[in-house]
Every structure is written in C-alpha cells, then in structure tokens.
Write a protein that binds this ligand. Structure first.
Ligand SMILES: [Ca+2]
Ligand SMILES: [Ca+2]
Ligand SMILES: [Ca+2]
Length: 259
C-alpha cells in the first residue's frame, strides 16, 4: 500500500479546520488565518505523525511542547488541549472497534480479495497499525496483521483486505492484512480483531448460507461490538458494488443501512 491510499481514506482535514474555528471567538479574521498553519492541517490529514508537524503548535502556544509526544507507532498526544490524540491498537479495549461488514465469499480467484470493514467507536482517531485479524480458530499462527499506519477517524470505517493481487473492485482497500486467515465459504467462520493483549471485537459466526459476492452487513441500528455477536443483527448487503465482471453487493467504506 502506498501512502496515497492512506491519504484518500482520511477524507481531508476536518479536525484541523475545526480546531481553528474553535478559536475564532476572540480572534480577528487575519489573526486566525495566521494561526492555522499548513503543517497543522497536514498532520490531521495525512497520518504522518513525525516531528516535522509539531512546530506548528509550538509556535502558537509556546509551552505546549512538554505536553506533546509522538512515537513511531503514530501516536500523538497533546495533554494540554486533549485534541489530536491518535490512539494505537495497544491503547484500545474491547468495543473500541466493531466489525461492520464482511465479504468472505467474493468472486476473485482463490478468494484473495476478501475484505473486512471496521468501525472506530472511540472519540479519537485510531491508528490500526499492528491490528491482528483472526478467524474462528483464534490461531496466532494463522493470523493477519495490518503493517502500515492506517488512521480511522472517530465514527468512521475503513476496509482491510486479504490481498489486492486480484482486486476486482473499483474502491481501494485501505490496507492489507495478508493471506491468512482465509474465511470459510462453506462452513461456519467468524472475524476476530485483536491487539497483542486481547480480543477487541469478534463477529457472530457466519451462519447464513451466503451467496457468492454478497457481503454480510451489520445493521446500522446495531453498530456496537456486543450486538454484532448476534447473527440476527446482520443481513445480506443489497447495494450493488462494481466488481469487475460480476455483480457484487456491499457498502465498503460507507456506513451500512439498517437491515
Ligand atoms: Ca472465502
Ligand atoms: Ca462482537
Ligand atoms: Ca459498509
């Protein structure tokens, strides 16, 4: 995955703009414009959390430096403002992520293009670097892993794929987790997300006899990690998806409709 995919998945710099607006009450328009520097928007939008972006905050606040730290995992903390915190998967607890859609039986060769949609239910942006994907055998020897910085804004979804080698879709996956696990088509399976310490979310077993190319979609009325344990809260997707020569169905990267 190139960095371009990460940029497109982030959908811009709304957080940065919001921060600027929040200060406008006591600031004249031209003072405001000088206070929002390009570097600030860049940090929110591109997922690159290196030291080059810290300066824009330091310039305006002077003493915020001690309260801000960054690490190679993409974590950025500002204890002064409480904003712009990016949680790593190591910071997450069960329920912070929700599997909202699963394509376990796509048309592509060898089911290489299986994909999973994940919702961030926290109040912060989350970096899914080092998120593990397992299935019903809960086997660390047969698990996938997100190996790139993958930022998900609060309340937003991203799509991770098994591989993009035979990718038939017009939408781009946000990251790849690798060849394992392959999700079963003809026998019960499930998606399990975890960090190094614990399971963050798992789905109900896929007990529907799903049609090829039809994603399993969690109802928008039950977007939480407990509700997706019940197959009654899932249904076959009905939104047509452009996928090469075959019609497929799903809403990858977009919030699901109610079932
Ligand atoms: Ca499969
Ligand atoms: Ca669950
Ligand atoms: Ca969706």
């Amino acid at each position: 995955m190139g960095p371009g995919l990460d940029e497109s998945s982030m959908g811009g710099s709304t957080t940065g703009v919001g921060d600027g607006d929040g200060d406008t009450g006591l600031v004249l328009p031209d003072e405001e414009s000088t206070g929002v520097e390009p570097g600030e928007a860049s940090r929110d939008g591109d997922g690159e959390s290196g030291g080059s972006t810290g300066g824009s905050f330091d310039d305006s606040t002077g003493d915020d430096d001690a309260g801000e730290s960054s690490s190679s995992t993409g974590e950025v903390l500002d204890s002064t403002t409480g904003h712009d915190v990016v949680l790593s998967v190591h910071d997450l607890v069960p329920g912070d992520l929700v599997v909202t859609e699963v394509m376990w039986n796509p048309h592509c060769l060898g089911d290489d293009c299986e994909w999973i949609e994940i919702l961030n239910t926290t109040e912060s942006t989350v970096n899914l670097l080092d998120l593990y994907v397992q299935d019903s055998d809960y086997n660390a020897g047969n698990q996938g892993r997100v190996t790139v910085d993958l930022l998900v804004e609060s309340g937003q979804v991203v799509v991770v794929a098994r591989s993009t080698g035979t990718w038939p879709y017009l939408f781009a996956a946000d990251a790849v987790y690798g060849p394992n696990p392959g999700l079963n088509n003809g026998s019960p399976d499930r998606v399990v997300l975890r960090n190094a310490a614990e399971i963050l979310d798992e789905t109900s077993s896929f007990d529907l006899d799903g049609e090829e190319g039809v994603a399993w979609s969690l109802s928008a009325t039950h977007f939480d990690a407990a509700s997706n344990d019940a197959s009654a809260h899932w249904c076959d997707a009905t939104t047509e998806l452009e996928a090469g020569f075959y019609p497929e169905y799903g809403t990858p990267g977009a919030l699901n409709p109610a079932c």
